[in-house]
Design a protein around this ligand. Sequence first.
Ligand code: 5GP
Length: 202
Amino acid sequence: MAAGLLVVLSGPSGVGKGTVCRRLLHLRPSLQLSRSLTTRHPRPGEEDGRDYDFTTLARFQKLISNDAFLEWAVVYGHYYGTLQKTVEESLARGTDLLLEIDIQGALQVRRRLAEAVLIFLAPPSMEALRTRIAGRGTEDALHINRRLQEAQHELAAYHLYDYLVVNDRVEDAAASISAIIEAEKCKVSRGVRPPGWGGDER
Ligand code: 5GP
């Protein structure tokens, strides 16, 4: 059985990662979204064990010292991380896994699992990003400008990724990511072989 593919998706806040992920999971039902641990509190409508595993700082720090994370990072003052064991088990079962994580985390995955596929989701323009962040209605002008500055900074990391996808239309962005996954799964360098091929016939 071929090992599953590890797909990492990052992009600036407000770019629409959540919406694109939902569409992508609809297109590829066999893809599994990894659930992270976080020390932040659940937002209204979020559920422990579904959206995140919400945990205490003490437990998170214990897991860090036990080297239990494939990657972890502090984002906007809260800890977020992906457990190594969960990823290993999924990939060994042949399940393709999607990690929706920040740039610091994505680069740790790259260092530890060279075969991971890193995809950067970018807004069609800074103006479009401003409109999206402002459209959420939860941020004042100061916060919007701060988020845009952070987004500029984050965009500069795109060249550390394998693929760049622009989220102009959600359907198109999700279809592009799905096509990337399809192509990666056919890569000979990943160890795919013709059916019935023993492996030494070259
Ligand atoms: P939120 O709190 O809005 O759900 O997520 C905030 C940020 O944390 C997002 O950029 C999201 O991609 C990132 N994030 C969520 N889970 C993880 C994780 O396990 N590891 C890392 N490094 N970032 C994460």
